[in-house]
Design a protein around this ligand. Sequence first.
Ligand SMILES: C[S@@+](CC[C@H](N)C(=O)[O-])C[C@H]1O[C@@H](n2cnc3c(N)ncnc32)[C@H](O)[C@@H]1O
Length: 214
Amino acid sequence: MRQHVNPLSQFFQLPLLLPSKNVLFNKSHYPIHLDIGSAKGEFLFELATKYPDWNFLGLEIREPLVTLCEKKRKTLKLSNLKFLFCNVNVSLDKWLSDLDYGQLRRVSIQFPDPWFKRKHFKRRVLNTNLIKSIAKSMSNEGEIFIQTDIFKLIEAMTNTMDKSRYFNRKDIGAMRYIDKNPYNVMTDRELFSLKKNLPIYRAIYMRNSLLFID
Ligand SMILES: C[S@@+](CC[C@H](N)C(=O)[O-])C[C@H]1O[C@@H](n2cnc3c(N)ncnc32)[C@H](O)[C@@H]1O
């Protein structure tokens, strides 16, 4: 399986119409947790099992991973979990606009592809447009959780979040980054980084309810 795909290539720039929440979930009124770049889905399999009163959606640009996750999900008979193939920067906005206001409660973006070269920064998944789309569907209870083991990347991500002003960083006192995953469930990459003793930088942002978006 390919390690990376170029999200700016023509193929991945084609918008896909994602199935609505009513088609995806049996209990479509439950709060939603969206995991962007869900890869092998381990994080969501565990959360969906632990929290049956939430709906979980994993979005992933590498289609073979989505096929594998969906196969496993069906075997486990989890009806509060779905995985969809898409480029979130192209297809998510429309899907979010059909949700009830405030229903989107959590978004996680964990260990996103770093795209180290400056000329590739525009391939990074977290950008102002994505933050705005997410903010539109969230009430002040909504949160975005981000984590990575690359310092320059967390700095870039927090800068983008701060500049957007749609979210406020959760105050953690003197510490710059939170030291624990708030959901107590780890992703594949998180486990890998912990095993290798790599530092992990984590931040939570809450929706700034004073900033309206038309
Ligand atoms: C380094 S992996 C991390 C996977 C997982 N979140 C973890 O922590 O183990 C980043 C994932 O994001 C996916 N991804 C990158 N850009 C994306 C985009 N624009 N839309 C959807 N998924 C994307 C990649 O294919 C990859 O599976």
